[in-house]
Design a protein around this ligand. Sequence first.
Ligand SMILES: *[C@@H]1O[C@H](CO)[C@@H](O)[C@H](O)[C@H]1NC(C)=O
Ligand SMILES: *[C@@H]1O[C@H](CO)[C@@H](O)[C@H](O)[C@H]1NC(C)=O
Ligand SMILES: *[C@@H]1O[C@H](CO)[C@@H](O)[C@H](O)[C@H]1NC(C)=O
Ligand SMILES: *[C@@H]1O[C@H](CO)[C@@H](O)[C@H](O)[C@H]1NC(C)=O
Ligand SMILES: *[C@@H]1O[C@H](CO)[C@@H](O)[C@H](O)[C@H]1NC(C)=O
Ligand SMILES: *[C@@H]1O[C@H](CO)[C@@H](O)[C@H](O)[C@H]1NC(C)=O
Ligand SMILES: *[C@@H]1O[C@H](CO)[C@@H](O)[C@H](O)[C@H]1NC(C)=O
Ligand SMILES: CC(=O)N[C@H]1CO[C@H](CO)[C@@H](O)[C@@H]1O
Length: 372
Amino acid sequence: MARKLLLRALLSTLLLATGTSAKVYNIPAAVSSGGSSALFKSTGTALDAPKVHPINGSSFDWWYFDVVSTDPAVALASVVVVFYTSAGAAFPFLSPSDSITRVQLSVSFPNGTQFTTVVDAEAGATVVSDGNVSSGNWTGTGFSWGHSGASYTVVIDAPQVGVQGSISFNSVAPAHYPCGPAEAGQDMQVAPGIGWANAVPDAVSSVELTVGDTVLSFTGAGYHDKNWSNELFTASVASWYWGHGRLGAYSLVWFDFLALDGTEYVSGYAARDGAIVAATCKPGSIRVRPTGQNDTYPPTLSTGSPSGYHITFDLAEAGTLEMDIGVIELLVNGAQYLRSVGNISGVVLPVNGSSGDTMHGTALYEEFKLIN
Ligand SMILES: *[C@@H]1O[C@H](CO)[C@@H](O)[C@H](O)[C@H]1NC(C)=O
Ligand SMILES: *[C@@H]1O[C@H](CO)[C@@H](O)[C@H](O)[C@H]1NC(C)=O
Ligand SMILES: *[C@@H]1O[C@H](CO)[C@@H](O)[C@H](O)[C@H]1NC(C)=O
Ligand SMILES: *[C@@H]1O[C@H](CO)[C@@H](O)[C@H](O)[C@H]1NC(C)=O
Ligand SMILES: *[C@@H]1O[C@H](CO)[C@@H](O)[C@H](O)[C@H]1NC(C)=O
Ligand SMILES: *[C@@H]1O[C@H](CO)[C@@H](O)[C@H](O)[C@H]1NC(C)=O
Ligand SMILES: *[C@@H]1O[C@H](CO)[C@@H](O)[C@H](O)[C@H]1NC(C)=O
Ligand SMILES: CC(=O)N[C@H]1CO[C@H](CO)[C@@H](O)[C@@H]1O
């Protein structure tokens, strides 16, 4: 009773502080038994709120943040922070744990060396959804995020794993869902049963971390999204290519997914000067294919990492974007997962036939392949 009153008092304080749309979610560390429902139709607000209630043994709902360096002097520097509320079986790529509230941090230093750690929030987590943005605190871990307007900051004060500092994301591209802009009534499924909301497709980011004795400080292209499902990740995915980057004046996000039944689902996003140029899930509108060595498509558990990818993205009236990316492996998790950074080069082939200048940039991207 006293706890309920306290919670109500806390809630009303937060509502006063942040406006009437704020909603507090307290997520326990223990997995729930029974059913779990997932939201897949957008409401026009709460874009970054929890979407799965409760988290049962086959559900996942997480908040993902990354930054890839845009400074050629520290080309291999990157950071990825993922705040999970995920059952172990639902997303089986982390070490086993009884806690569903976990944070994973991976960094790559300028020399390409990796550091990865996973911290469990044994006391659970709190997420506050405020309009289309959010803040979160994985209790007791020292990992949290906050926002100011549409810009986010991840704060880390985790001496138990030797990491301290902050990562800022000054948003430069409008939020979107898989098939269009962030508005009410959008289908939030990027593929059947998998939800995706991209609050920050591109940000001017600055990373100021101390990892052990090393200072990791760089600026780059930042990104924040969330994924969710009330079904096992492995129940729908055969393979997927996802990535984001900045190419010339364009902010880009791509997703090319192959379901177990062989259907290809895609989502492409391009923005420039703070406005969306394309946000589409139309079949064939974007195509990501491996190039160079091990360029087998579709990829399987036994195909090695490719040398790069070629991406063709139909920007409608604006033309067609043709891009090439080179693979620099960052994180390899068995045969199933590859995360990379690399340089992108690309050109827009306008509808009138006279192609523009070649543009350059950097990207961070990943590949899952789950079957043979
Ligand atoms: C979780 O909930 C979903 C939807 O209600 C259900 O299909 C699934 O079987 C549940 N998972 C577990 C492990 O109970
Ligand atoms: C790369 O940089 C990290 C951080 O400064 C350092 O700990 C590591 O020893 C370096 N690795 C190599 C192979 O030089
Ligand atoms: C959330 O985004 C939608 C679509 O852009 C917008 O209509 C709505 O006003 C936003 N809500 C808030 C509280 O900012
Ligand atoms: C997160 O929650 C803990 C425990 O309630 C609290 O001590 C800490 O100050 C919170 N962190 C932030 C950034 O709000
Ligand atoms: C990937 O390509 C390299 C270079 O051609 C080759 O040595 C390697 O065997 C290939 N790996 C697989 C699994 O096909
Ligand atoms: C990208 O290109 C720049 C400039 O050519 C080069 O310095 C850098 O090493 C490249 N980065 C990667 C990750 O390939
Ligand atoms: C072709 O299209 C591009 C981009 O839309 C435009 O900048 C250019 O002026 C056009 N060229 C001609 C010859 O119409
Ligand atoms: C499209 C999509 O769902 N993308 C995200 C899913 O989760 C991973 C984290 O493992 C992110 O990297 C993707 O952005």
